[in-house]
Design a binder for this molecule. Structure first.
Ligand code: CA2
Length: 151
């Protein structure tokens, strides 16, 4: 049976490719989405895409995903570092969520070293630019394969 994955992006990620290329690369969010779609299609996986700058809209989208997709690739942007509400939504959606970052947050300012979400995610990928999303996708597939083979 084919899978569906939600690619969820948080605040300011709609600006990718327009500023700070030395930190976030030159790809736009559309470029990243196109790359993941191509990668996913080859694996017979459908991708749903959503970006919002609004915390409550990201929470609503996670609620909607519950029971309707197989997993989530989530770049929560700056909400990563302080949104307990998003953490609760990740827990509540009862889906495998891979926290994903373009930059190596641990090599940046100290406030970016903390994530309130990682503990409720199946894993975290950071620091590979746009490739972080592909790595996250592959890791999510491996996680789902492991779940199905163990019953
Ligand atoms: O590295 C990542 O993917 C981040 O989630 C990106 C967030 C940042 O707050 C996190 O600490 C790490 C920021 C996204 C802002 O993206 C921009 C893109 C272009 C221009 C300005 C901001």
């Amino acid at each position: 049976m084919s899978r569906t994955v939600l690619l969820l992006n948080g605040p300011n990620l709609n600006l990718l490719g327009t500023r700070e290329p030395e930190v976030y690369g030159t790809d736009t969010l559309d470029d990243i989405v196109a790359g993941i779609r191509a990668h996913a299609t080859a694996a017979d996986v459908e991708i749903e895409v959503y970006q919002s700058n609004i915390e409550g809209e990201l929470i609503d989208r996670l609620h909607e995903a519950r029971g309707n997709v197989d997993g989530v690739i989530f770049n929560p942007g700056a909400f990563t570092h302080y949104s307990v509400a998003l953490r609760d939504a990740v827990s509540a959606c009862e889906l495998p969520v891979v926290e994903t970052h373009l930059s190596n947050v641990h090599a940046r300012e100290e406030f970016r070293h903390t994530s309130v979400l990682t503990a409720v995610c199946v894993g975290v990928v950071a620091g590979f630019g746009a490739d972080s999303y592909r790595v996250a996708f592959d890791a999510l597939m491996g996680h789902l394969d492991g779940q199905s083979s163990s019953g």
